[in-house]
Design a protein around this ligand. Structure first.
Ligand code: SME
Length: 159
């Protein structure tokens, strides 16, 4: 049984603990789907104000839905489309304060107001994107971005 109980009150400490917990979870496990599934669950139970947390995998230059927590979501996203597709195309983090103001945003859940998408890259190649959605506008700060980039770095060696 895993019981991490991470306190979200202090963001810096929370992301350190989250990174440590993720490292412990994926340690010695080579299965990418298992590791993404546990990562989605850990993020979902730790970060407040999320309505979706999970992964889209790069399958032949198309994003295909991977393990997640939240409501059922669109299954395939072309590179360059929506927030996830923009992250996949540019390999740059997309931190969107207001998804309704983002041209081409794909509304999988009408409750989503802001979004953070982190490309997971190994050896210059996109493996997947980590996608977090919030029902609160401007939910994700630069600190959230840095914390989630760290999680992406851990996952780049575990998926
Ligand atoms: N909103 C995303 C699509 C994925 S869902 O949020 C789970 C986008 O615009 O890429």
């Amino acid at each position: 049984m895993y019981d991490f109980k991470i306190d979200p009150a202090d963001k810096t400490a929370m992301y350190e603990e989250l990174a440590n917990a993720l490292e412990a979870l994926v340690q010695g496990e080579p299965d990418a789907i298992a590791n993404m599934a546990n990562a989605a669950a850990l993020i979902w139970e730790t970060l407040p104000d999320l309505n979706w947390a999970g992964f889209y995998r790069n399958v032949g230059r198309e994003l295909v839905l991977g393990p997640f927590q939240g409501r059922p979501a669109c299954i395939r996203i072309p590179f360059g489309r929506g927030v996830c597709g923009a992250a996949a195309e540019t390999l740059e983090v997309q931190r969107v304060d207001d998804v309704h103001a983002f041209g081409g945003h794909i509304a999988c859940d009408a409750a989503s107001e802001s979004e953070l998408v982190v490309p997971i890259v190994r050896g210059g190649e996109l493996l997947a994107v980590l996608d977090l959605d919030s029902p609160r506008k401007a939910r994700f700060t630069a600190e959230d971005e840095a914390g989630c980039v760290r999680l992406g770095e851990i996952l780049a060696n575990a998926i």
